[in-house]
Ligand binder design. Structure first.
Ligand SMILES: Nc1ncnc2c1ncn2[C@@H]1O[C@H](COP(=O)(O)OP(=O)(O)OP(=O)(O)O)[C@@H](O)[C@H]1O
Length: 442
């Protein structure tokens, strides 16, 4: 089964079919599907695939490459000599950071190989890496010897919510939101899930060898040497502490500065900083959110309960009882994707160019979609609840009240409510959507 990645495959296919040398960097968090994508792109093409390991890479690489280019057996054991035998070939090196760890000079060495041997050939060199900090600093940064050599960069993101339907064609949208809250759009986790979701989760948590216990440690090991404080920060955010002050309070640190930790967590893509949509990027009023649902799920439900899970006394009810509240946040992310899809297909009253949250002094609007040129704005409230007519009226009144606080007085205003289920969607005072619309629109 291979799901989506159409745009990435198109970009790779253009590179692979070009008449010139190409050096493509593919990176993204572990489990996201880099290897599968790279291999899919060369499915019907002769290629060398090498997964770099912790040591002896020169020897191992030669063995793999010789399956495609037997004459490489005669090459001296060094990278420059190897690449002389590999001109015009497709070469994929997975987990490139392992090569850097084994030999930090590899970067200058590859720079030389490109400049002296490959630049004027049709060789396609594709390197893959999971450590975002290392790929960023050593490969992609302007300080890297390889900086000017790459001809393409692909950052692999999670699959979209709508793609979950392809993994689980028989699941309802409600069940898909529940699954998304756990696995996000990360193929490795999606692949593990069997329906019904709650039975799967209960069984997985009970397993002595459950991957849930170790996965996040394994991911963090790739980015941080000492993850304790990072973990505490992620736990704080997963329990709804989003401002700097709230996070500090949760950690119980009064004076020490946690901004370097936050900066590193942003750089390694564990979290992101958001600002109210109407503010300038320089604002101090940023808030921190965990980037993928799997990490949020782990820090909300697994990390605080590791001992109980280990002792086999953890009850899945602990998660079930809280899950709807947690999904409130997950559903906002789903709703945003849904609106972006509607926008793309011209199914909204105007085309927005910007979408994001807004907050000020205890007041919040879940989503605001803007077109500054046309001076039109859509205010959106997202509710992971079944809404009756009277609920809709109440929410709409409150949304209208809040819309007056945002300061877009001369804009033409529109309102939308997105609920789990909404009764009487014909109400014409605002746009109303629920999971029933997803089949039509996603
Ligand atoms: N587009 C996809 N459709 C379906 N399954 C996928 C897709 N991409 C990846 N997978 C599955 O998800 C799992 C992880 O994918 P893959 O090994 O390619 O990720 P990766 O980013 O290279 O991970 P790592 O860095 O941890 O090795 C694999 O079992 C793969 O089969």
């Amino acid at each position: 089964m291979f799901i989506n990645r159409e745009e990435e495959l198109k970009a790779l296919s253009e590179k692979l079919n070009s008449n010139t040398f190409e050096f493509v960097v593919i990176y993204g968090r572990r489990r996201i599907g880099k290897t599968k994508l790279a291999l899919k792109s060369v499915e019907n093409k002769e290629h060398i695939y090498y997964l770099a390991v912790e040591g002896d890479n020169l020897k191992h690489f030669k063995r793999y490459a010789s399956k495609v280019v037997p004459t490489i057996e005669y090459a001296r054991e060094d990278w420059e000599a190897y690449f002389n035998f590999l001109k015009d070939k497709i070469i994929i090196i997975d987990e490139f950071p392992n090569l850097i760890k084994e030999n930090p000079n590899i970067l200058s060495l590859f720079q030389r190989i490109v400049d002296v041997h490959l630049k004027d050939t049709k060789t396609k060199l594709i390197i893959l890496g999971s450590s975002i900090s290392m790929m960023g600093e050593k490969v992609l940064s302007y300080k890297s010897p390889l900086y000017g050599r790459k001809t393409g960069v692909l950052k692999i993101k999670p699959l979209k919510f709508k793609h979950l339907k392809e993994f689980f064609p028989n699941a309802t949208w409600k069940e898909l939101v529940e699954i998304y809250g756990f696995a996000d759009g990360i193929p490795y986790y999606l692949e593990k899930i069997k329906l019904p979701f709650w039975d799967y989760l209960e069984e997985e948590i009970k397993r002595v060898d459950s991957f849930l216990k170790y996965e996040v440690d394994f991911l963090m090991k790739y980015e941080f040497e000492e993850p304790t404080t990072y973990k505490k920060i992620l736990e704080a955010i997963s329990f709804g502490n989003h401002s700097l002050g709230e996070i500090k309070n949760y950690l119980g640190i009064k004076h020490s500065d946690i901004t370097p930790y936050l900066k590193n967590l942003i750089e390694t893509e564990f979290i992101e900083r958001e600002i109210p949509i109407t503010e300038s990027p320089k604002t101090k009023r940023g808030r921190y959110y965990i980037k993928d649902n799997f990490i949020a799920f782990y820090f909300r439900y697994i990390f605080p309960n590791l001992s109980a899970i280990e002792e086999g006394i953890f009850e899945i009810g602990e998660i079930k009882n809280d899950y709807n509240q947690y999904l409130g946040f997950v559903f906002e992310k789903v709703a945003k994707e849904f609106l972006i899809e509607l926008n793309k297909n011209n199914k909204l009253p105007f085309k927005f160019l910007n979408i994001g949250r807004w907050w000020k002094k205890g007041e919040e609007v879940d989503l605001i979609a803007l077109n500054k040129n046309e001076k039109r704005v859509l205010f959106v409230e997202v509710k992971w609840k079944n809404l009756k007519g009277k609920d809709v009226k109440k929410i709409l009144n409150d949304l209208k009240r809040k819309s007056e606080l945002v300061g877009l007085d001369d804009y033409e205003k529109y309102y939308a409510i997105i609920g789990r289920r909404v009764e009487n969607k014909e109400d014409k005072d605002c746009l109303l959507f629920d999971l029933g619309d997803f089949d039509r629109c996603l």
